[in-house]
Design a protein around this ligand. Structure first.
Ligand code: PLP
Length: 819
């Protein structure tokens, strides 16, 4: 499937011997007793030997060069399976495929044995993974810092249409073959306790934190393998362990048994990933996770800096720290604390360093996702950090006073501290004040950050607020997941496009070539068949690959509007049943999405789609024209099967609410046509592919805001549109829940009496129109093929390699280090 990269020498006999060695020595199996899983583990281990060697060598090489690097701090890295992807990056896919065949194994089957490391919720975590891939591909020195959760994002199944969550023990009993523990990097982390003043040897009064508890941070490195080069960067994940004696206070008081109880608590810190996407739950264990992540990472960055013989005053020259959303904000007061209390720098000297180190990425404008933590909680868990936050804010308020003398409204709005019965720390404000650069994740989003979220900050700090449009790695999201299209593209534009995605534009001249159109659509059909087989095997539902495969895969959220898609399906159902003049091309609506376990309406929407699917898929009146499939347990490896098979990509968020989206990019790259609003990166996708190759509908950001201000009334749309009325009213009947009317009524309720906060009804009619255009144009296969080819050809901008180059040029200022 792949060409041989220049990256890696390969000795087949030695590799086979290594696999057999690991099978026996690491996993305790003979060739006679080994099952598919042990073979996968042994192959993974044998490959990890190569990548770990390169990781250590790269680490040494970068340290010797003593160059500037970026530290990407993220509570989430949704990396997906590593084995197949690393084989592509190492350039060893065909070699290893041949080697395992000689062992009597099939590589494709082996790869299916790997469980996804689901250490993230959705787009934000997946972005961090694509960025690490692109840093390594372009050899910009980098370390990814995250948490080694024992349980990743929950696994989803359905029982009678309801979402059921089960824990995701992603490492299994045997551990994950790609990771290596680094005990020499262990960090000791404090929590709770108090702050005291003491006089140092020069007679200067100093502050110091005396923690009440101590944790140990153990580092696990996952290899991020550079595509077609020899660089391997670490994704360093911290696992929390207790260090004995754990509760120092109690231990010192002689309460030995009580002191051990703390260990139970410590074992919880990295136990489980919080399953919320774009929502701040504000639990104290979450703050503990955040601090643990930041403290381990900052300590490790300083360790590297010192080991290279660099002075602390030069920290900002050698290290930059990118904060992926506000989740790692506490790294800012942590670095200040160390500079002040451990290096004994004065405030100005410490701030001069710290304020040149951090950069912050904003991921959302949603108020419920903007993190705040109560002063009380921070002061109890991290008393010294709370003092430092107050000091940062005090000095910042003086700046605001200087700029807008006497303007208390401005102070109230900009303050890091939100006043009220319970004072709260606004993490985004702390980030903007303390970072040298702040970026949004798509052009539109970054404009809204400047215009609506932080206009005063933009005035106060001109140039600080910037844009870096997101991207996705073409290695995983085309070369690995779509071998058929890869072969076709290789033939037309050469083989170096995975490292230079703009080269795909060379396909554009074949968009009208009938022979090429046929081959392109044949690849699509094969991918649809691959998905249809998967759905048959796993769900027992038969799909016709002549139908339009219409895909909406992403977290379940009201702003993403899976319920708008559902209303369209109900409208089609209504017409097929009641309007003899209505006809349509067969269509399969494919959903995949997890709902946060505490998000009731999101779960109601899943239930409703499942119930509608049950009825629709078995209703003889529809003549097979309509199928609905909700694929359980959305994850990276599932996206890799669905995306290459998609004809239509649903990107239908309320304008102004989706910061960027990256699913939209993956789908367009694989030749799906977008039905989308003018939101997030859809705007830039339209700019690239052209208005005739995308189906744009719905209100614009300014129209959404204006309508909301004027007083939005969903009943107006309900009363005026009989099709909409039919789609909504059927939710109150027992049409889809025989004998149990009203089981789906919560959605209708939310959209009518609940005020329809995301303006689903306002966009419904235009959405239906856009979908009618899709239906008509799909039936002209040459026209459709042309559009799909042009999507693949013209989305080169959305490579995460380009995003990383933007960061490097405008924010990080790094040089590549080639190995
Ligand atoms: C790309 C991706 C996402 C992000 O999808 P959006 O449509 O941008 O929200 C979420 N989850 C997984 C598994 C992904 O691969």
């Amino acid at each position: 499937m792949t060409t041989r990269g220049q990256a890696q020498q390969f000795d087949k006999a030695a590799f086979k011997a290594s696999v057999e060695k690991h099978l026996q020595a690491t996993y305790g199996k003979t060739k006679a007793t080994a099952d598919a899983r042990s073979w996968y583990l042994a192959v993974g281990r044998a490959l990890a030997e190569i990548s770990t060697g390169n990781l250590l060598a790269t680490e040494q090489h970068v340290a010797e060069k003593n160059v500037r690097s970026v530290n990407y701090l993220s509570l989430e890295f949704l990396i997906g399976r590593l084995t197949g992807n690393n084989l592509i990056s190492l350039g060893l896919y065909d070699e290893v495929s041949a080697a395992v065949e000689e062992l009597g194994l099939n590589l494709t089957d082996l790869l299916e044995e790997e469980r996804d490391p689901a250490l993230g919720n959705g787009g934000l975590g997946r972005l961090a993974a694509c960025f690490m891939d692109s840093l390594a591909a372009q050899e910009f020195p980098a370390v990814g810092y995250g948490l080694h959760y024992e349980y990743g994002l929950f696994r989803q199944s359905f029982e009678d249409g309801h979402q059921v969550e089960t824990p995701d023990a992603w490492r299994g009993v045997e551990g994950y073959p790609w990771e290596v523990v680094r005990p020499e990097l262990t960090q000791s982390i404090g929590l709770y306790g108090h702050v005291e003043t003491y006089t140092d040897e020069n007679g200067v009064a100093c502050r110091r934190w005396v923690p009440g508890m101590q944790f140990e941070g153990v580092a696990w490195d996952l290899p991020i393998v550079g595509y077609d080069n020899k660089s391997v960067y670490p994704l360093r994940l911290w696992e929390c362990r207790s260090s004995a004696p754990f509760n120092l206070q109690r231990f010192n008081d002689g309460d030995y048994v009580g002191a051990q109880y703390g260990q139970l608590e410590a074992a919880n810190v990295t136990k489980v990933l919080y399953p919320n996407d774009n929502h701040d739950q504000g639990k104290s264990l979450r703050l503990m996770q955040q601090y643990f992540h930041c403290a381990c990472s900052i300590a490790d960055i300083l360790r590297r800096h010192e080991a290279a013989g660099n002075k602390i005053e030069d920290l900002a020259k050698f290290e930059t720290i990118q904060l992926n959303d506000t989740h790692p904000t506490i790294a800012i007061p942590e670095l200040m604390r160390i500079l002040l209390d451990e290096y004994h720098l004065g405030w100005d000297a410490a701030w001069a360093i710290s304020s040149k180190v951090f950069a912050y990425t904003n991921h959302t404008l949603l108020p419920e996702a903007l993190e705040t933590w109560s002063e009380n909680l921070i002061a109890s868990m991290l008393p010294r950090h709370m003092e430092i936050i107050f000091e940062i804010n005090h000095r910042f308020m003086l700046e605001v006073e200087a700029k807008w003398p006497g303007d208390n409204d401005k102070k109230r709005k900009l303050s890091i501290i939100q006043e009220g019965p319970q004072r709260m720390v606004r993490m985004a404000n702390l980030c903007v004040v303390s970072s040298y650069a702040v970026n949004g994740v798509a052009a539109l989003h970054s404009e809204l950050v400047k215009r609506d979220l932080f206009p005063e900050f933009n005035e106060l700090f001109p140039g600080r607020l910037q844009n870096v449009t997101n991207g996705v790695t073409p290695r995983r999201w085309l070369k690995f997941c779509n071998p058929g299209l890869t072969e076709l593209v290789n033939e037309k534009v050469g083989k170096d496009w995975p490292a230079n995605l703009e080269k795909l534009s060379g396909l554009a001249k074949f968009a009208d070539d009938k022979a090429f159109q046929k081959r392109y659509m044949a690849v699509k059909k094969d991918n649809k068949q691959r998905l249809a087989n998967w759905v048959m095997e796993n769900m027992g539902i038969e799909l016709d690959t002549n139908a339009i495969f219409d895909v909406q895969i992403k977290r379940l959220h009201e702003y993403k509007r899976q319920h708008l898609n559902l209303l369209h399906i109900l409208a089609l159902y209504h017409r097929l049943v009641n309007d003899p003049t209505f006809d349509m091309h067969p269509r399969v609506f494919i959903f995949a999405a997890k709902a946060a376990p505490g998000y009731a309406l999101a779960k109601d929407i899943i239930f409703a789609i499942n119930k509608v699917a049950e009825k629709v898929n078995n209703d003889p009146r529809l003549g097979g024209k309509l199928k609905v499939v909700f694929v359980p347990d959305y994850r990276v490896s599932l996206a890799e099967i669905i995306i290459p098979a998609a004809d239509v990509s649903e990107q239908i968020s309320t304008a102004g609410f989706e910061a960027s989206g990256t699913g939209n990019m993956k789908l367009a790259l694989n030749g799906a046509l977008t039905v989308g609003t003018m939101d997030g990166a859809n705007v830039e996708i339209r700019e690239e592919v052209g208005d005739e190759n995308i189906y744009i509908f719905g209100l614009l950001v300014d129209e959404v805001q204006k309508l909301k201000q004027e007083g939005y009334d969903p009943h107006r749309y309900y009363n005026a549109d009989s099709l909409l009325r039919a789609a909504l009213d059927v939710l109150e009947t027992d049409e889809f829940t025989p004998g149990n009317p009203g089981q789906l009524a919560a959605i209708r309720q939310n959209l009518l009496n609940g005020g329809d906060p995301f303006m689903v009804l306002a966009d419904f009619a235009d959405y239906v129109k856009a979908q009618a255009r899709v239906d008509a144009e799909y039936q002209d296969q040459a026209l459709w093929a042309r559009k799909a080819i042009l999507n693949t050809a013209l989305v080169g901008k959305f490579s995460s390699d380009r995003s990383i180059r933007d960061y490097v040029k405008n924010i990080w200022k790094l040089d590549a280090v080639k190995r």
